[in-house]
Design a protein around this ligand. Structure first.
Ligand code: PLP
Length: 434
């Protein structure tokens, strides 16, 4: 299968090139040339198929000849080698817990898949590749964990000093080996700008083999489909497909769900649950897409003012507004409502949600109130322990700290501080020991 550049459709590349390059020319995102449709009988039989087999079937057409079958089977098995349970919360609501991976957020799935694919591709390259990634919190840890110890790959993570949670900072600053954390005196936007500048610097790209591991890479985007199929595998009421609410920021996760739907996965409706950064909710109301500067919120991984994957959502619906609106709604939830949602979920249903999951739950609850008889799933995208102050404030109860996090707290943070200045960053990249 080939992928075409959404900004320049004549540019077509295979999975390997799309993964190594990340982005096409004119900053265009890659998009699959065709979407595989799985047989109805296969989907009806998911309960009897192993998770590994499901994951392989979902991914194999996209990867095509870039990776041999045996290797791809191993990669997808490692990608999902942790629990992804569908947990009942109330009579008509369940949650798909995506936080049981090594860094306790759903980004582990995409990062584990991408790191293994890139590691495989690098076996046949004569020089190492440097992966750059800017993070507002969860991506850095997931990418560090995914790439740790991968031969031929060096990872440089840029994160904004003082603006990530304690657990997040330890996850990205303590792995060591081929992972380096740069603590930038600036904001997440500054980090992202530094990374983007690198890719328009011919001198640097000549001297160093560079790529980025942000969420627009097809190797991070596509494997997220797998867990939508695993949700259906666990869904009891097969005669009534679920409404699925996805806490959304850059819209990669929900776009993967929509892709699964186009491949035949039964879904009644999607809800893109946003915080106060309401570009898409406004677009679905007015038809006008107006990017804004991101505002900070309690669900900080969704503080995005111009979701980069939204062009892919539009492409999936051939840029047709009405069909998109029929299949996907979007709701904006304020911080106050998020806090109330955490509180209600805990006091009424005994479920401790993180702020992102709470946004997803509230948007879903509202939908189900106005659509009686339907049932739904909200994705729980991070473990509450990643946001302990917020969660404990609204539940009034201390969070159980998983062993993986207890082990983190005895480690020592290791980062290089740099100013938010391109020349400093460039010098760092050129002069570091490799
Ligand atoms: C990244 C992230 C999101 C947003 O996902 P997108 O794919 O960018 O829409 C939601 N919740 C958590 C916890 C995240 O880390």
């Amino acid at each position: 299968m080939l992928f075409y550049n959404l900004n320049k459709p004549s540019e077509k590349v295979d999975f390997k090139t799309a993964t190594i390059q990340g982005l096409g020319s004119e900053k265009g995102l890659f998009f699959p040339e065709r979407i595989p449709v799985f047989p109805v009988s296969w989907i009806a039989d998911l309960e009897n198929i192993s998770n590994e087999e499901i994951a392989w079937v979902v991914m194999k057409d996209y990867v095509g000849h870039s990776i041999p079958e045996k290797m791809l089977r191993q990669i997808v098995a490692e990608t999902i080698d942790f629990d992804i349970p569908l947990v009942r919360v109330s009579e008509n609501i369940s949650t798909l817990e995506l936080f049981h991976g090594p860094t306790l957020a759903f980004k582990d799935v995409g990062a584990r898949f991408m790191s293994r694919c890139l590691g495989y591709f690098m076996q046949h390259q004569d020089r190492p590749i440097t992966v750059l990634v800017a993070t507002s919190g969860d991506t850095g840890g997931a990418v560090a964990s995914g790439f740790l110890g991968v031969e031929g790959v060096e990872v440089v993570i840029l994160y904004p000093s003082g603006k990530v949670s304690a657990v997040q900072e330890l996850q990205l600053t303590t792995p060591g080996q081929n992972i380096t954390a740069l603590e930038v005196n600036g904001s997440f936007d500054d980090c992202q700008t530094l990374v983007k500048q690198v890719f328009s610097d011919p001198e640097l790209n000549e001297k160093i083999f560079l790529t980025s591991a942000n969420s627009i890479n097809v190797a991070r985007w596509l494997p997220q489909q797998i867990y939508y199929f695993l949700a259906w595998k666990q869904w009891k009421n097969k005669s009534k497909p679920p409404v699925i609410s996805v806490p959304s920021g850059n819209f990669g996760n929900i776009c993967a769900g929509l892709l699964a739907y186009h491949s035949g996965l039964p879904v009644n409706h999607f809800i893109a649950a946003c915080n106060v950064n309401a570009v898409v909710p406004a677009f679905l109301k007015t038809g006008i897409y107006q990017p804004v500067k991101a505002k900070p919120s309690l669900s900080n991984a969704m503080d995005v003012g111009d979701p980069s994957n939204f062009v892919r959502v539009m492409a999936l619906f051939n840029a047709q507004f009405e069909p998109l609106k029929k299949m996907m709604s979007s709701e904006s939830i304020t911080d106050e409502e998020t806090g109330d949602a955490i509180k209600t979920l805990y006091s009424e249903y005994g479920y401790a949600a993180d702020p992102h999951g709470a946004v997803g739950w509230l948007a879903l609850s509202r939908w189900l109130k106005s659509h009686p008889g339907q049932e739904g799933i909200f994705l729980e995208t991070a473990h509450p322990v990643k946001f302990p102050e917020i969660v404990e404030k609204f539940t009034g109860k201390p969070i159980d700290v998983p062993v993986a996090v207890q082990e983190l707290f005895v480690k020592k943070k290791n980062s290089f501080r740099i100013p938010a200045d391109y020349e400093d960053f460039k010098n760092y990249l050129l002069n570091r020991k490799r």
